[in-house]
Design a protein around this ligand. Sequence first.
Ligand code: PXL
Length: 282
Amino acid sequence: MKRILTVQDISCLGKCSLTVALPVISAMGVETVILPTAVLSTHTMFRGFTVKDLSDQIEPITEHWKKEGVTFDAIYTGYLGTQEQIGQMERLVDEFRTEDTLIFVDPVMADNGKLYAAFDMDYARRNAALCGRADIIVPNLTEAAFMTGMDYRTEYDLSYIEKMLEKLAALGTKTVVLTGVSLSEGKTGVMGLDTRSGEHFLYQNDRVDASYHGTGDIFSSVCVGALMNGLPLPEALKLAADYTAHTIRATLENPKEPWYGVDFEATLPQLITDLERAKAQS
Ligand code: PXL
């Protein structure tokens, strides 16, 4: 069985970061080791949330793992609270990376043209440096704009996306994937660039007119879980995009529609069926 380490916060209530990554990746048949960077009462879209930073636990925990000779097939980082923690991730990646370890970085810090509370431009620059060490990064357009210095636009064409992919590639990452890319009316999806081969890939599906918290974490968790199941990247991205859209639709149908996260618990069986089908076809 493959083993992933995922490093993100625990938002106790909120259906995001580790409370999504752990169930989703485990359900996909991959051992999921967690390293919590902070404990929050809720994610940061609630008012009055509490935070306990766990930076001082990262070194003792990883030192123990090193003594135990633990290795990982992938390291997946998500929301990190501070620049100091980004530095800690760079060291962790350097210490645990082998030739076969996939380094997957989701530089969670912004959406809809704005940085999340508590992040600033220095944080964005630091995140860009971490992205440079990764094999795959999956920023949304806002995060990519902050990391590349390009303008964030809500209306754009293919050349804007290609330029953004090239600027992201200049960070040093092997494969860059932009999420939330809409190249025609009513569609949305991802566009990626393999910086070694120069190959582009694009996947567009129907846009669902709703935006929920935690969907980026679901997308990333499914993508990394699919890669660990041996799917090629374009297939993994398709599975992740389709599952995320399906889950948003299912949430919209819930009369008690929770505002703070999606009902992924109800759609996990579908994910497993779709994963098995994709594996059989690839
Ligand atoms: O879903 C990303 C995320 C993760 N963790 C925390 C967050 C957010 C987004 O706002 O606040 C604590």
